[in-house]
Design a protein around this ligand. Structure first.
Ligand SMILES: C[S@@+](CC[C@H](N)C(=O)[O-])C[C@H]1O[C@@H](n2cnc3c(N)ncnc32)[C@H](O)[C@@H]1O
Length: 337
């Protein structure tokens, strides 16, 4: 299930060639070859012709297997087998090289670079997240994590502009632009790649979203000293898990994100390397770890979960391959207790 890039304009599945395992990649030349082979067309620019992309897709489809979206128990049993192989997509050097190339393309041609999982998924994530937040506010389930009553009342007006939003691993920052179009206005994007932040700033400026804040920051060792009511992640947890130390990094990820989101705040995570059930299992493991840690540190206290499942997107297209039905992308929302 290693990282799948999905060009937006193709209605059918169109994964490009998977990169080599991280351990296989030894030189800058290798990296640029791998980066080239992963550089596929998006709505915002084309670097690979259609014929080549179709050849790549055919090659991938001939070797890929996908999890069944409908069968949660088999997901669970196969979770070890589904563990993503390390890949260069887990390395910062890969992203730095990718965004360096995207920046050149932006300056020369005005291209925005890759939209991960395609425009359709990005639009669904933005509008679904907006509805989720609106409904929470409407239902009086406030996501401000504040004990200040008047601030809570203010939030109850359903004003999305009051939600503080953090996009983890923002890349070109286009998801934040979409969230701005939906009515969110306190928007921050972080990425550990300086080139990504440079690109995101340039695009936001060009597209009239200069109030979005962008910051170079590694979420696994964040410099941020504030919390956010809504955290979104599209493809970053996938990248973190593809690092050679993926299992450890994923644990650090949950800890880091839990510290960045306010009490009663939301995490909306979109992944192509994890099914909904695998994401739920990850959170379950994290909750268990924290509960046992708390029991040792604060004996006698009531054990509580850190994240609780709230909802997921049910509308992504599914496909059948080799008799197995599945969806490439899952978006799941968790609430911070
Ligand atoms: C698959 S891309 C997704 C980019 C963007 N979210 C999107 O949907 O287009 C993964 C992104 O996560 C960033 N990233 C990976 N690990 C990170 C980390 N530890 N801290 C911050 N950013 C990270 C990468 O630089 C890259 O921009």
């Amino acid at each position: 299930m290693a990282g799948v890039r999905w060009p937006p304009e193709d209605s059918d599945l169109f994964p490009s060639r998977p990169p080599p395992a991280a351990t296989e990649m030894v030189s800058d030349d290798d990296r640029s070859v791998a980066a080239d082979s992963w550089s596929i067309k998006s709505d915002y620019g084309s670097t690979l012709d259609d014929e080549q992309r179709h050849a790549d897709a055919a090659e991938i489809l001939s070797v890929s297997t996908f999890p069944a979206a409908s069968d949660s128990s088999s997901d669970k049993e196969d979770s070890d087998a589904n563990e993503a192989e390390p890949s260069i997509l887990g390395l910062q050097s890969y992203w730095d090289a990718t965004y360096a190339e995207d920046l050149v393309n932006f300056h020369e041609h005005g291209h925005a670079g890759e939209i991960w999982f395609g425009v359709e998924v990005m639009d669904v994530v933005a509008s679904w997240t907006k509805n989720l937040c609106t409904n929470m506010v409407g239902g009086g389930n406030l996501a401000n994590g504040s004990s200040n009553k008047s601030e809570s009342k203010d939030k109850a007006c359903g004003d999305l502009s009051k939600w503080s939003v953090l996009d983890i691993g923002t890349g070109n920052g286009l998801l934040l632009q979409e969230l701005a179009k939906q009515g969110f206005s306190d928007l921050t994007g972080i990425d550990y790649s300086e080139k990504a932040i440079n690109l995101a700033r340039n695009l936001a400026e060009r597209d009239g979203f200069s109030s979005i804040k962008f910051l170079v920051d590694d979420v696994l060792g964040t410099k941020l000293d504030r919390k956010f009511q809504l955290i979104v992640d599209k493809g970053t947890f996938d990248a973190v898990g593809l690092h050679p130390d993926g299992p450890v990094k994923r644990m650090v990820y949950w800890e880091a994100v839990s510290n960045l989101v306010t009490a009663c705040g939301l995490l909306v995570i979109t992944s192509c390397n994890n099914t909904k059930d695998e994401l739920l299992a990850e959170v379950d493991d994290f909750n268990k770890r924290i509960r046992s840690k708390n029991l040792v540190q604060y004996p006698g206290t009531e054990p509580t979960d850190v994240f609780q499942y709230l909802d997921h997107v049910c509308t992504y297209p599914t496909f059948v391959f080799g008799g197995v039905e599945g969806s490439h992308v899952s978006t799941v929302a968790f609430i911070r207790k």
